[in-house]
Design a protein around this ligand. Sequence first.
Ligand code: FMN
Length: 207
Amino acid sequence: MTDPQAAVPRPHIVGIGGTTRAGSSTERLVRAVLAECEGLGARTSMFPGPELLAMPHYNPDDPERSEGQRAMVAAVREAQGFVIGTPGYHGSVSGLVKNAIDLIEDTRTDPRVYLDGCPVGQIVSAAGWQATGVTLSALRDIIHSLRGWPTPIGIALNSMVQRPFDAAGELVDEGLATATRLQAAQIMAHVSGTRLHRDAEALAARA
Ligand SMILES: Cc1cc2nc3c(=O)[nH]c(=O)nc-3n(C[C@H](O)[C@H](O)[C@H](O)COP(=O)(O)O)c2cc1C
């Protein structure tokens, strides 16, 4: 008997974010959610802070794109879900991460515009609860403007009071580990629901 699931491609979940520092807490938390998504059957790609740093300022009037910019836009185009992570800088999303988000404008005339219909997990790291809260809210507004669906679970790390990773880089904070699992489950459930919906629509169109 053939397995009906065998032909179903693994969903592609793309992570974007971090600070200029490789292995920042923001980047590690994005990677932690991606790892949970992989455990639920996804394949993943990551665009961490240092790679975002190598990207020029987004210029909609200049069609020239760097290799890194082209790679990110290609990944965005064929992804079904996202995790975006940012530090809180002066009460909002950092310029580094916003520059990468602005690059998604290159998909404005695609059949699937921006992040349309895709679940998007959010990660924020800041040196205080006030900045984590307002930055998470700002990031959700940005995701809405890109037609994405922010997951109900947003993850906030207060780097002044939480030390979530051990020396080996393992996520050892129980609460944050639970949040990464829940966020990944919400991303993957949304992707499955969207796929079922599209399959049902395709069947109905053929009937
Ligand atoms: C330019 C700049 C602006 C910042 N602004 C804020 C801020 O407004 N509020 C805050 O709580 N932390 C602020 N921070 C601290 C970072 O959000 C904090 O260190 C964060 O945990 C860094 O994330 P990382 O561990 O991923 O590097 C700022 C840091 C920098 C470098």
